[in-house]
Every structure is written in structure tokens, then in C-alpha cells.
Design a protein around this ligand. Sequence first.
Ligand code: NAI
Length: 304
Amino acid sequence: MSEVSFAGRVAIVTGSGGGLGRAHALELARRGAKVVINDLGGDITGTNGGTAMADQVVNEICEAGGEAVSNYDSVATPEGGRSIVQTAIDTFGKVDILVNNAGNIRNAAFTDLTPDAIDALLAVHVKGAFYVTQAAFANMRENGYGRIVFTASAAGLFGSTHQANYAAAKGGVFGLANVVALEGAPHGILTNTILPAADSRMAADMSPEQFVGMPTTPAHGEPEMITAMVAYLASEENKHNREMYSIARGRYGRVFMGVAPGWHVNVDEPVATPDDVAAHIDQIRDLDGYAVPESMVAEFALIP
Ligand code: NAI
């Protein structure tokens, strides 16, 4: 088994001044990548800011003999996205790897979520990932090589109480990642998405009522558990594209979106009515024989 190496590679890890991003950046650098440490340096809501968080990780990497540079821009604007990528190009000449990791959180019950709490999360998770990826993608396409990892969340796919803004934003990340994956593959750019769960300041902000029913048995929660998957997906070893992986409580597993055969109305039959749907609801809901389409077109192609 060959060892995952990033020798000669240039990586950007957004939000890598702490938490999961810091662990990703340290590991990529330890294995030879030159890394842009981007972090706004703010609190968990994504407000305030400073240079200390990013600089500290850069110092750690440089002291260990690696190469890294700080960037303090917010991912949430087009200018910020371009500047983060330009930092990589100006300092190290290119971008091979992008880990979209920056994130913020503002939890509240659904009807208590303010417009600010909604906008702030869409801005960082969806628009942020959008803007940094657009700029990085352009450089990767020129080079004919790229690895992109998006950080989504189980909350965005499966739901999590008091996190409607976070879940909606992370849901957007899945949609974005699917299209980036489809458009990138012909250019050697492979894109995958993780749904992590790990101990960090963000996880610590969850309230006990959000964890009702959660297993209490001890399990791995170290950020490095997430990093192992991220580093693999960011490496040349990885040949997979447009996939999703959940890494939680020590389990690494593929997540997928499937569609079942359901009930089909032939073109020579009458247009369905609500009563027809009621009559066939068990067949419509039946998951037997589901498929995992690789695009919208592939989904439609499954229909007889
Ligand atoms: P964290 O709060 O320690 O890290 C997030 C980092 O993003 C911070 O260093 C913060 O300063 C930075 N950041 C926030 N807004 C930014 C902006 N506009 N521009 C640049 N940087 C910005 O939290 P954690 O847990 O390490 O989160 C990392 C990612 O993993 C996030 O996207 C989060 O949503 C996701 N995630 C984490 C889970 C967990 O269990 N810790 C669960 C599911 C997803």
C-alpha cells in the first residue's frame, strides 16, 4: 500500500485556524503540501476576526519544517474567494487541493431564527464554498488536476433540531458539490463531500436537547479522525468523484442519494390523479430496487 503524499502539491484549507481545518492543514503539510491557512479568526458565529488563529497554525507548520502562508479573508465574498486563491498562486504558484471547511453556527428554534442568523450561515457555508471554489477551479482546470473536498453535515441531509439555517446552508453545499464534481471530472478535478462529526468548539455549542437519543458510549471524536478521510480524498490516490462520506463516532461510511423505481404511469395511460397516488402510495414509497444516479440526466434515464 503506497503512502498518501502531497509532495509538490499546493493546498488551501479554509477556516483552518482551528478545529477540523487546523487538523487537516497540519496533516497535509506534514505529508509535503504547501498550505494556505485561511481563517477569519472570529468566534463560532463567524463575527469579529483577527490574524492570530491563522498565524498560529502557519507557525506550527513552519516550526515542523513545512511550508504555509496565512490568509485572513472571509470566504463569504467573491473578492475574499479570489484573494484566498490568489494567495496560493502568488506564494506557491498554483492550487491543487481545496478543502472547503470554513463554517459558522447560530442555532435557534425554527421560528426564532432571525434574518441575520439565516443570512450569515448561507453566506459562509454556501456562498463561501461557492466563491473560493470558483476561483480555485479556474486554476485547477488550467493545470488539468485538482482535488476538492466540501464539508457538509449530517444536519444538512438528515436534519437536526434548532439548526434550520445551518441545515439549509449545508444542504446547499451538497447541491454545489454535485455540479462542481460533474463539471470538474473532465478536467481531472475530483470533488467529494464529507459529513463529519468531531469534537470542536462548534460541536461544543450544541445544546443537550439537540442530542436527545444520541448514543453515550465512548467513541472517537478527534478532528484527526476526520482529517484521515479528508487527506485521502484530497490525494492523488483518490479516484472517486461526486461521493459523500460520513465520518462519525469512529465509523467511515458512504452516504448516497438514491431513487426507487416507484410507480410508473405509461404515456398511453391517463394523467394521474391524487386518488391514483393514494392508491399507489405503498408502491411509490417502496425502496426496493433503488438506484444511485450520478447526475440529473442519469436519474431520468432510469425511468422506463
Ligand atoms: P470551528 O468553529 O472550530 O472551525 C470553523 C473555522 O472557520 C473557524 O476557525 C472560523 O474562524 C472559520 N471561519 C468562520 N467563518 C469564516 C469565514 N467567513 N471565512 C473564513 N473562515 C471562517 O468548527 P469545526 O467544528 O472545526 O468546523 C469545521 C467545519 O466542519 C465547518 O464547516 C462545520 O460546519 C463542519 N462540521 C463540523 C462538525 C463537528 O462535529 N465539529 C459537524 C458537521 C460539520
